[in-house]
Design a binder for this molecule. Structure first.
Ligand code: NAD
Ligand code: UD1
Length: 328
């Protein structure tokens, strides 16, 4: 059992971006396993409602102190000030799960400086806190976007790194920073390269939102779906509860690791996905094709052996089951 096993660890665990889609599922799992969680979030895309269940008075860990504390802050400023009152009250931070980010590949192509400041700069702020305060482990949300196209499928973690977007570059730069802080400052790190995550609470309202949330939202309303390009591009869609288990497993070990793919090892073309979602929603939506997006990868499929071996986690949820849960 590691020193930070989630059943015995009384230290705080910080989740940046914890009010977001993946973050709120991770918070749920951590609190269910008895951890006290601090969320740092600027609510740019996150929502209070994602964490609402933990605001109920019965969710306290000792006496009346809540299992969840939420601090509204930008990850690029004031992380020390944001955490100081809470560490004074509850003691030190054991782990940071760093998920706060600008999440759209398309947005990063149009706004590379914003992406760099939030996604790379944000990671440095987290690592500086970890170094100064002796945080044991930082788990970082990296992405399949670091690979680009051209690697043999399924993509192994040792494949060439060839990002096609500022988003992919900043995720890889963050991975390098994580490795540097581990080597030079002794902060254990784990970069998890998420493939395409989907499930309940993924926000469909922005044109930059994840494709399953957009398709589901529009198909339920009988509206037309747009496919960018010919729809032959493939993605490895992994259900959010499986991702949350992988994140918590990574946080529960005090050891640093090499980057780990988080996916299913299975893949589907976007045009096939569109047809399935339309059919599940009653078959009323038309599908039309728009020009392909810039900076996109074409084929994506994870090799998941390292996830199984390092984290002991398998993505158990089939796409059929995950879509059913998402649509319900
Ligand atoms: P999300 O938009 O739901 O979550 C991001 C959260 O970060 C939100 O709560 C948002 O308010 C917060 N945030 C953004 N900028 C911030 C800032 N400057 N300061 C503080 N908080 C800030 O998106 P998500 O899909 O849950 O993504 C979580 C992480 O996983 C991100 O790092 C993303 O890049 C990564 N990721 C996601 C996917 C996916 O398919 N969803 C795939 C690969 C990697
Ligand atoms: C997604 C994540 C990104 C992550 C990456 C890892 C989001 C918003 N982006 O990027 O954070 O790092 O996976 O693999 O969660 N599409 C359509 N029609 C639409 C919307 C999308 O055809 O209405 C297509 C896109 O062109 C793309 C595919 O669906 O080919 C997936 O798009 P999207 O969900 O935006 O994700 P990625 O760009 O793969």
């Amino acid at each position: 059992m590691s020193s930070s096993d989630s059943t015995t660890d009384n230290r705080l665990v910080v989740v940046t971006g914890g009010a977001g889609f993946i973050g709120s599922h991770t918070v749920d799992l951590l609190i269910e396993r008895g951890r006290r969680v601090v969320v740092l979030d600027n609510f740019s895309t996150g929502r209070r409602s994602n964490l609402a269940r933990w605001a109920e008075p019965q969710h306290s860990l000792s006496g009346t102190s809540p299992a969840l504390e939420v601090v509204v802050t930008d990850i690029g400023h004031g992380i020390f000030a944001a955490l100081a009152p809470l560490t004074a009250k509850y003691g030190p931070v054991g782990q940071i799960i760093h998920l706060a980010a600008q999440v759209s590949v398309v947005h990063s192509v149009a706004n590379p400086l914003v992406d760099m400041q939030t996604n790379y700069g944000g990671t440095l702020h987290v690592l500086e806190y970890a170094r100064a305060m002796g945080v044991e482990k930082v788990v970082f949300a990296s992405s399949a976007a670091v690979y680009g196209d051209g690697a043999a499928l399924p993509v192994a973690e040792s494949s060439p790194i060839q990002p096609l977007s500022p988003y992919g570059i900043d995720k890889y730069a963050s991975e390098l920073a994580l490795a540097y802080y581990q080597m030079v400052h002794g902060v254990a790190g784990a970069a998890l390269r998420f493939f395409n995550v989907y499930g309940p609470r993924q926000d469909p309202t922005s044109p930059y939102s994840g494709v399953i949330s957009i398709f589901s939202d529009r198909a339920r309303a009988g509206k037309e779906l747009a496919i960018f390009g010919d729809g032959e591009q493939t993605r490895d869609f992994v259900y959010v509860a499986d991702v949350a288990r992988a994140i918590v497993a990574a946080a529960s070990s005090s050891r640093g690791t090499a980057p780990i793919n988080i996916g299913t090892g299975r893949t589907i073309a976007i045009k096939e996905l569109a047809a399935i979602v339309v059919e599940l929603c009653g078959g009323r939506s038309a599908i039309r094709h728009l020009p392909a997006r810039a900076g996109e990868i074409l084929q994506s499929q994870a090799l998941v052996e390292r996830m199984h071996q390092e984290l002991g986690v398998r993505a158990e949820t089939s796409l059929a089951d995950g879509l059913a849960r998402t649509l319900s």
